[in-house]
Design a binder for this molecule. Structure first.
Ligand SMILES: [Zn+2]
Length: 266
């Protein structure tokens, strides 16, 4: 089932690491990551701000260096164009778990960054007046300190052990409350936040769509439709009425059918 975006008034899209994979970004965890899971959780924990802030920069500094050279891919550009071409009456929010800033670099304007942005630095002191600022330095060798209050400076991302930013959470929940189309792209559909968000969208009566390279195990029944493939391949086909769904494996959960293209059921 194609998505005719003109039929929807309140659209919410959630993106995860799968959207940035085609931009060549290695994640900082996982099998091909820069760190193993145990180290990244220990070194990237908020408690290190107190006892060893250099560890935080050693984990996240290399990610910052990678992202400096990354470019938005077809999926980022597609979502930016989708946003730009909506009617003024249509509400839209792109919620991302990614910290790479590539949605904004592609031109997306209505973006909520759930986990912050790795390319910005901010003061660790919540009462400090220093605003977050773009910073290309990975600070791998020396911990930087705030010029205003002398506290440690940190990457402007959510560290392990920290809560999501209140404003980002609030904006996301508000948009989900009355959305009529929710699409999760390149993220796990079975864990937070996608698993929670899709339940909110389902409760609001929205059409719920999952796009990812791999299927969910177990499937989350709150998603009505699943499209399997790389985001940059699936998105242009899914929204284009003139292209057949031949690239896609589509699972219509509500009717319990799997469709490989528009005509063939398996
Ligand atoms: Zn400060």
């Amino acid at each position: 089932m194609k998505i005719d975006i003109s039929l929807y008034q309140r659209i919410v899209i959630l993106t995860g690491a799968g959207v940035s994979a085609a931009s060549g970004l290695r994640t900082y965890r996982g099998p091909n990551g820069l760190w193993n899971d145990d180290d990244v959780q220990a070194y990237g924990h908020v408690d290190r701000l107190q006892d060893d802030p250099q560890k935080i920069w050693r984990v996240f500094g290399p990610l910052r260096e990678q992202i400096l050279h990354a470019e938005p891919n077809t999926a980022h550009l597609f979502l930016a164009k989708l946003d730009a071409n909506l009617q003024p009456s249509q509400e839209f929010l792109l919620i991302t778990q990614n910290v790479d800033g590539l949605h904004q670099q592609a031109g997306s304007r209505r973006v909520v960054e759930l986990h912050g942005t790795i390319g910005r630095t901010r003061c660790a002191n919540p009462d400090c007046i220093l605003p977050p600022y773009p910073d290309p330095d990975p600070h791998l060798e020396t911990v930087p300190y705030c010029s205003v209050c002398g506290s440690v400076l940190r990457p402007d991302i959510v560290l392990f052990g920290e809560s999501l930013p209140v404003d980002a959470s609030w904006q996301s929940k508000r948009a989900l409350r009355d959305c009529d189309l929710f699409i999760a792209i390149g993220t796990s559909g079975t864990v937070s936040p996608a698993a929670q968000y899709v339940r909110s969208a389902e409760y609001a009566g929205a059409r719920t769509v999952f796009v990812n390279l791999e299927a969910m195990t177990p499937p989350n029944p709150a998603f009505q439709e699943l499209y399997l493939g790389a985001a940059e391949d699936v998105l242009p086909v899914l929204f284009d009425p003139n292209q057949k769904l031949r690239l896609l494996k589509m699972i219509d959960v509500s009717r319990n059918i799997t469709v490989c293209n528009e005509s063939k059921k398996i």
